[in-house]
Unconditional design. Sequence first.
Length: 317
Amino acid sequence: MSEAIAEKPAARRRSWDIGRYTLLITLVAIVVVTAIGNPRFFTINNLFNILLQISVLGILAAGQTMLIVSAGLDLSVGAALSVAGVVAALTIVSTGSIALGIAAGLATGALIGFVNGLLVATNRATPFIVTLGTMTLLQGAAIVISGGSPINGMGALFDVFGLGDLFGVPNPVYALAATLVVVFFVLRRTVLGRSAFAIGGNEEAARLSGIPVRSRKIGLYTLNGLIVGVGAVVLTGILDSALPNMGNGYELRTIAAVVIGGTPLFGGRGTVVGTFGGVLLLGLVSNSMNLLGVGANYQNVVLGLIITAAVLLQKRG
């Protein structure tokens, strides 16, 4: 009996190790298969292209990580990105100032995040329902504000994020790296981050231990909104245009990246490093299928199968 009991922790450790390295194994497998199928995969231009393609998704997923760690969720990130981008673009077009445009985009994102946080913190409805409602509202707002038409001519913003690079690395990649570092620091080194883990682990216990749960939730959602504003500015610069629907789809992809990266939807644990791995997996899959000549009609099927398999393997681990 004692030997059987002693074997259980060892078995759990082996199972945990399998789950921990599933993402890494999947990434390596995709890289190897693609490199064999198409040698262009390992060119510097292609690697930088992958990082550029995942930059906006990575920025948004970093903010989503904080919320999911706290057992929260934001389904409105895509719609909020559209609204913040449209506001930033309109400001630039009307004032000619890139600084004012960036400030307007960031402020809009932060305001949306604050409202989401206020609704989640003071309402008995789940974050899923609350942010589903704000997502629908913001999708309509983006169309109303933009008049249903794209806003073109970002000028200097396009020069910075669309064409700009430093030492050969596209500027959006630096924006992604800076966001990841900030979120990593917030989660690991600040009171707000430690509160997120505590709330996600057991909200009632966190409240009884003296953590101001409501204000912490508002803070997390506001910071997430600010990060969405960063993503909006970057995407608007890359596209040299602001589209009222340019954020569609990001809400589900950010959640997929966070979960693939090892952060459970019920919260309490997680890391932005894992989230970056999840984002990288999504980017590699898309890039690999393009290089291997997989038809567009099959790409979503393959991507869905890989995401499902990765999540199931991690849950098993």
